[in-house]
Ligand binder design. Structure first.
Ligand SMILES: Nc1ncnc2c1ncn2[C@@H]1O[C@H](COP(=O)(O)OP(=O)(O)OP(=O)(O)O)[C@@H](O)[C@H]1O
Ligand SMILES: [Mg+2]
Length: 284
């Protein structure tokens, strides 16, 4: 069974004036179909305003479909009695780590979620340890979050979500406010959770380099999913990506330009090693 299944999902933001008359309707999701298997690492790309955050909020039942259906682990998000289960299944991580950290000591911050839902004290500490270890922040358990770097704070925020034992984590541009080093730390932690703990990951990002290891990429544009496939497939179509105002990883672009100049290079090169290997073969 799929963990996330969107069927013809529609979301409209309706703006009303003081009398309640509709002023404008913005269709942010326009009949979106999405299918994610448990344990997959999914990336969602798309230009500003394409509907990525709106989709993320639906997966966490923060928004309700205007039309269509969204199932999270088989539970219809429209059904009010499922909201708790849906939020338990799919944890959310947002852009700004400062808005997600509440306690003044790292381990208390991570324990806050489970404590809030009445997990027994001993189990809370087990979960805190496991979560902090899984993002490589266990040594910082007694630190104040304020003194941590952006990447470290974001990893603490992710540990806080992990402590709730979700099957799936949706990260909405978790690295947008981080320096390159912090971005790498967070990405590594997220991949570990996926590989070692089997957590399904849905990563929304503007950084192409962060998605080359994903199982599947979905590209959104104006509320539609316009491309879908493995990174190799997606980055084989440089022209299409440009049409949707997206960048291409630098190496992919270099390979594409070389091919255009007449070198026999396949489409969809994602890593420096791949390109070097192909160029070496041609020199021989
Ligand atoms: N609360 C809101 N009220 C009205 N319109 C909204 C609201 N939130 C988003 N929108 C509109 O819905 C569309 C999709 O927005 P969304 O935030 O989902 O895009 P996004 O892909 O996450 O963009 P970004 O890359 O900038 O984060 C946009 O046109 C946006 O202006
Ligand atoms: Mg967004």
């Amino acid at each position: 069974m799929s963990i996330i299944e969107a069927k013809q999902l529609v979301h409209e933001y309706i703006r009303r004036d003081e009398e309640g008359n509709v002023e404008s309707i913005q269709t942010a999701l326009d009949h979106v179909d999405l299918h994610v298997e448990p344990g997959q690492f999914i990336a969602i790309l798309g230009h500003n305003g394409s509907g990525k955050s709106t989709l993320a909020k639906h997966i966490n039942a923060l928004l309700m479909p205007n039309e269509g259906t969204l199932y999270v682990d088989g539970k219809d998000t429209k059904d009010e009695k499922n909201i708790w289960d849906v939020r338990q299944t799919a944890g959310m991580v947002f852009q700004n780590p400062d808005n997600q950290i509440i306690a003044s000591v790292v381990e208390e911050d991570v324990g806050f979620g489970p404590e809030n839902i009445g997990v027994p004290t001993e189990e809370i500490w087990q979960r805190v340890e496991k979560s902090l270890r899984s993002v490589g922040m266990w040594e910082y358990r007694a630190h104040s979050p304020n003194k941590l770097s952006g990447g470290q704070k974001q990893r603490v925020a992710i540990a806080g979500v992990m402590a709730m034992q979700p099957k799936c984590i949706v990260l909405d541009e978790p690295t947008a406010m981080l320096d390159p080093c912090g971005r790498k730390e967070v990405l590594r932690a997220v991949h570990e959770l996926n590989r070692k703990c089997g957590v399904t990951i849905i990563l929304i990002t503007h950084y192409m380099e962060e998605v080359v290891d994903a199982d599947q990429i979905f590209v959104m544009d104006e509320g539609h999913i316009v491309m879908q496939g493995t990174p190799k497939k997606i980055f084989s179509d440089v022209e299409q990506l440009k049409k949707y105002r997206l960048d291409v990883p630098q190496i992919t672009l270099l390979a594409y330009e070389l091919k255009k100049e007449g070198l026999p290079i396949p489409d969809g090169i994602l890593t420096r090693e791949e390109l070097v290997k192909i160029l070496e073969q041609q020199v021989k």
